[in-house]
Structure formats: structure tokens, C-alpha cells
Design a protein around this ligand. Sequence first.
Ligand code: HEM
Length: 141
Amino acid sequence: MNPYGGSESRRQVLPDGIRIKDDVLPPGSIIGGDVYTIHHNPEIFPDPFRFQPERWIVGNGVTAEDVKAREGAVFTFSYGVRSCPVKGLARMELAVTMARLIFQYDFRSVPGDTEGQGNHEMGWGGGRQKTQFQVWDYRKW
Ligand code: HEM
């Protein structure tokens, strides 16, 4: 629901150019895969702004194909040779940290606190989502 950053990781097309489906991109073009858009594609993640961990578990209308498609669309650590080389460690650290926190503490929202919530005055799609913690990327929208 919240990417590590809102923008794409940029890449430059090499001297031979590149074809992506029907588009031919000339050498030197700056391109990137945008994690926020992929993770909010409603064809893969229906109702994408809703926190719904059950979407990862087969049953109750979720098929094994659904889960497979979702797992294939997870772009958190990027893909290819320049993807995060430490994804295994990062996942393990997150799992251990979250398990420890949940084991040791109870959590609730601070009553009336709206820190981090989006609102209608914010410019772009995700900025308007109340359920999405707002982060700034290297460029402001
Ligand atoms: C949840 C935690 C993490 C996330 C979501 C994450 C995500 C990413 C992503 C998306 C990239 C590719 C950036 C790009 O395409 O330009 C990347 C690269 C990289 N990450 Fe991570 N990362 C995480 C944790 C870590 C940790 C803990 C380390 C080191 C201990 C690490 C080291 C690196 C390095 C060295 C690269 C550059 C690889 C290269 O350019 O060849 N990452 N990470």
C-alpha cells in the first residue's frame, strides 16, 4: 500500500534502443517502472487502497491464480540485475521486527490523530487517500 518511494527507479536506454510491447524507445531515453502504479493496479489488486491481507490467502473468493498474479506483480525490491541484492535479508529483518513488536505490544491509533493521512487538498491520487501514510519522494507532486 505504501511504496518505498512514489517515483520510478530510472534507467537509460542503451545505444541499440529497446522495444517494449508496441513501443520502440530510442537510445538515451529515460524510462522506469513505477512501483506505486503497479501495486495499485485494480486488475491485479482489486480495491487497491483497502488494507486487505486476505487478498494473499487462497479461499473466500481468492484463487491460487489470483495469489500467483499478485506475487508476480510485487515490485518492492525492483527486478533484474540492479534489483535490491539484499531483499532476503530485508524481508527477514522486517519479519523478525514485526513479529517481535506484535508479540510484545498492543497497538491502536491515537484517537483523533490524522498525522500522515491524505486529504483532498493534496495534489495527486495517493495524496487523497486517507488510509495511505503520506511520504515525500525526491520530487514533490
Ligand atoms: C525493505 C527494505 C528494502 C527495500 C524495499 C529495498 C528496495 C530496493 C530497490 C527497489 C532497489 C533498486 C533501486 C533501483 O532500481 O534504482 C534496491 C537496491 C539496492 N539495495 Fe535495497 N531495499 C531494502 C533494503 C536494503 C538493505 C537492508 C540493504 C543493505 C543492507 C540494501 C541494499 C541495496 C543495494 C546495495 C542496492 C543497489 C543494487 C545495485 O544498484 O546494483 N537494500 N533496494
